[in-house]
Design a protein around this ligand. Structure first.
Ligand code: GTP
Ligand code: MG
Length: 479
């Protein structure tokens, strides 16, 4: 917890490994701090704002030698990221140059910034609302193109502007209720109660619909966990390799090749899938202790997955199908997410896809016309790549699982934090409507005020320091 102070802060704001490292300084002493370490033909200052200048960083006036060649820029407030005077020193990459420059800057009466403190200052100085600040964090953490796009939209105010419209309408209706209290004896031109109720109900709908976009937001931001499971030798590792486009997992004809779970990320339809290849599941009596441990991990993965892709070996002898179906049924009961059965090795299958599905149907003693009751099988060959496009479409659809297209486009998908506040606001809007119907203007006003506070917490107008601490502590130092 820290208060917003008017002191000057600095931090290295680039990650390790790049060609350039940047030290950022914000606050009233930003320019003095750079001047105290800078030697160059021209000093970046108010006379040349936002202009990158070449010079050298030295440890002090007494030190001999030219010092570290660097670039520096000065951005006077309020036209800067934080809204304060900001200076940046661009040093050579690697850990030495930037750390040395930072140490020198800190000696000039500047303190090290805390996590997210630059962005927090930008928020406190009105440069960003809270949803935009969160958009900054989402952009940093974006694991797919779609997640990046969503973060960018939020950073540009997509969520903030919708939320502010809702809030300003609530505040308008609140003033309607209050004016009835303040001028109860006077004949003012009031909004009829039915119209007032209608507008509150419409706001309730907007808040609830916006809250519903959180599921799409979570999907886009966090991605999906997909576990590939099935009996040994079904081709699970081959499929992982096929999905990634390179040989990540060891593949052999020996059943029980994969011993431990293996996770990699792949982007499908702009959604990030964390794909886990697992050790094949079979009767424990056939397994050695190492394989048994691997199978334990496979079962744990099954329980935790959003989607389980269960592979069956279509090239195996038909005698083996019963055992394969039994294994699948046993596993399915441990799955909490969605389950997609999939025949692999279709290139070596002795039966066409519908034949395989019918074998499953007859095994289940289902009438042929009831086949559609069965899980819909995918049919692929991890070896040739046949059916993989269809499988990808199925995975994408399963991930979205019926979310309406408007939500899928993710124009303004809110976070869990926003959704919780919107739902609370919606409850108070409901209560306000009841009160208006009952003619209890004071209670209606109080419910509307609470609803406005919850909504204001989304953009930060009514957020407490605790909320800000929680949000900005998730940022890294230098952001
Ligand atoms: N014909 C054919 N062979 C395949 C296909 N997919 C995998 N195989 C072969 O099946 C054997 C087993 O493949 P893996 O990918 O190691 O199978 P797995 O399910 O990971 O096996 P475990 O790790 O032992 O559980 C290998 O010889 C693969 O080349 C396929 O689509 N068609
Ligand atoms: Mg394997």
């Amino acid at each position: 917890m820290f208060e917003h102070e008017n002191d000057t802060i600095a931090a290295i704001c680039t990650g390790t490994g790049g060609a350039v490292s940047i030290v950022r300084i914000s606050g009233p002493r930003a320019l003095d701090a750079v001047r105290s370490v800078w030697r160059g033909r021209r000093m970046p200052g108010p006379d040349c704002p936002r202009m990158m200048l070449y010079g050298h960083i030295v440890s002090g006036a007494a030190e001999a030698g030219a010092g570290e060649p660097s670039l520096a820029v000065f951005m006077p407030g309020p036209h800067s990221f934080t809204g304060e005077d900001v200076a940046e020193i661009h040093c050579h990459g690697g850990s030495f140059a930037a750390r040395r420059a930072l140490r020198l800057v800190l000696q000039a009466g500047v303190r090290l910034a805390q996590n997210g403190e630059f962005t927090r200052r930008a928020f406190l100085n009105g440069k960003l609302d809270l949803t935009q600040a969160e958009g900054v964090l989402d952009l940093i953490n974006a694991g797919s193109e779609r997640a990046g796009l969503l973060a960018e939209r939020q950073l540009n105010g997509a969520v903030g502007s919708v939320v502010r419209e809702i809030r300003s309408e609530i505040v308008h209706l609140l003033s309607e209720c209050e004016s009835r209290l303040d001028f109860s004896e006077e004949d003012l031109d009031w909004m009829p109660p039915d119209e007032l109720c209608g507008r509150i109900v419409s706001l309730h709908g907007q808040a609830t619909n916006l809250a519903l976009t959180a599921r799409a937001g979570a999907l886009i931001r966090d991605g999906v966990s997909l576990v590939i499971a099935g009996p040994p030798n079904a081709g699970k590792s081959s499929l992982l390799n096929r999905m990634l486009g390179y040989d990540r997992a060891i593949v052999t004809p020996v059943p029980g090749t994969t011993r431990d779970t293996l996770e990699e990320s792949v982007s499908i339809g702009g959604i990030s899938f964390r794909v886990t290849d697992t050790a094949g599941l079979r009767e424990a009596k056939q397994a050695d202790p190492v394989e048994a441990l691997g199978m334990d991990r496979s079962r744990q993965s099954l329980g935790a997955a959003d989607i389980v892709l269960w592979l069956l070996d279509a090239s195996a002898t038909t005698d083996s199908f019963s055992a394969q179906f039994e294994g699948m049924d046993r596993a399915e009961s441990a799955v909490r997410g969605k389950f997609i059965p999939c025949w692999n090795k279709m290139d070596g299958a002795s039966m066409p896809p519908d034949g395989l599905d019918r074998v499953y149907a007859s095994e289940k003693n289902e009438a042929e016309n009831a086949i559609e009751k069965h899980p819909v099988f995918e049919h692929i060959s991890a070896r040739t790549g046949d059916g993989i496009d269809g499988l990808f479409r199925r995975l994408e659809e399963t991930a979205w699982d019926g979310l309406p297209p408007a939500v899928q486009s993710g124009a303004a998908a809110v976070s869990e934090r926003h959704a919780a506040l919107l739902e609370q606001a919606a409850d108070h809007l409901n209560a306000a409507c009841e009160c208006v119907r009952a003619g209890s203007w004071e209670l209606a006003g109080s419910s509307l005020r609470t609803a406005a506070e919850f909504i204001g917490c989304i953009t930060g107008e009514t957020a407490t320091p605790d909320v800000l601490d929680e949000i900005f502590s998730r940022f890294c130092i230098g952001k």
